[in-house]
Design a protein. Sequence first.
Length: 277
Amino acid sequence: MIKKCLFPAAGYGTRFLPATKAMPKEMLPIVNKPLIQYGVEEALEAGLHEIAVVTGRNKRAIEDHFDISYEMEQQIQGTDKEQYLTGVRNLITQCSFSYTRQIEMKGLGHAILTGRTLIGDEAFAVVLADDLCINPEGDGVLLQMIKLYNQFRCSIVAIQEVPMADTAKYGVIAGEMIREDIYRVHSMVEKPKPEDAPSNLAIIGRYILTPDIFDLIAETEPGKGGEIQITDALMKQAQQGCVMAYKFKGQRFDCGSVEGYIDATNYCYENLYKEGQ
């Protein structure tokens, strides 16, 4: 049974400068909640109560957000503003939070490896908070993936179809279709040019990983820009055993881009905030 969810949150958020010069990109608000809170809510819905966060410098706001603010709470106690803290209080009560620092920014693979001390020797989920995933019609994306893991017992990556012109922004998979929404991964390429991409099935920021991934990451040589890519380690795992790719149900917003962030804000305002969610 998976209990832990890892949030790599050490990146600089340079695409949102100057807003992220002193504020973590994971704390950028989508209407009235920071990005990372949406991710933790998704994890909790999937039954993951142990939240592990890989942070870096200037990320203390994340720790403060998932903590009690005695002075503020005393000020608003008994007023109509108290209701606005209900959601985050629920997370603080139901989840445990642990943190470790990534000293150098050396890619997503390295960030996940840095979280090894928080995860231990067990399967776990990974959420990239700047990929906001919402499924108003049913289970959240992580819960969908947990149910699949209980069936297949191997690493799973979430995928979606993207225009071929955009493959250079993603890790891209190719594989054998097992059913309409599930592929057994045969190959995986990090940010290929459109002409080199094996498909248009792009990996997005949701993973279920088995613990042997840590040793595979540790053995992975740094690639372009000195970064250790998770796709390289997952490719080894696919060759040695099994990695599944799942075409999830729901909507995904790339909040690492300004355009995606604005789209997410508009969507959440119209479909969640106005509905009182």
